[in-house]
Design a protein around this ligand. Structure first.
Ligand SMILES: [Zn+2]
Length: 150
């Protein structure tokens, strides 16, 4: 069975492997309102096929996904924030703490201090994360592999 929707497609044609594809490579396969509306039905269809043993989730095109489509979800986020404000009787000032997508953050500063790899650390040749030497699981051809990758 293949079902085509606006934001996801599901292919359960193979007996044991289903494929769920995030659609919309032109907009980074972003997860917007269509995605969140269609995903439960797609998962239910996969769940209903008793012979499926594995699910491949991928994005259409070259990349997986940009993540949430925040501009498209902004109205829903605003409604959820309003409901929380009502439910918990928050003051309007407290509600202002909810930053919405598209808000002007140009006056905000983010300070990140980047440290070089330390003497007791290594870079895993598989996941490329810098980790403490106690996480070395294997050394091959002079390259280190971490316990999570071996
Ligand atoms: Zn690793």
């Amino acid at each position: 069975m293949t079902s085509e929707q606006r934001s996801v497609s599901v292919d359960t044609g193979s007996a044991a492997v289903a494929e769920l594809v995030l659609l919309g490579p032109g907009r980074g396969n972003a997860m917007g309102p269509d995605f969140w509306r269609e995903l439960p039905a797609a998962i239910a269809a996969i769940d209903a096929a008793a012979d499926i043993r594995a699910l491949i989730v991928r994005g259409a095109g070259e990349h997986f996904s940009n993540g949430l489509d925040l501009p498209a979800l902004a109205p829903a986020i605003r409604r959820a924030a309003d409901r929380l404000q009502e439910q918990f009787n928050l003051s309007p000032e407290a509600a202002e703490a909810f930053e919405l997508p598209g808000a002007d953050l140009s006056h905000e500063e983010l300070t990140v201090r980047v440290l070089p790899r330390q003497a007791d650390e290594f870079t895993c040749a598989s996941c490329f994360l810098v980790k403490h030497r106690s996480q070395i699981a294997e050394t091959r051809d002079g390259k280190y592999y971490c316990v999570d990758c071996v």
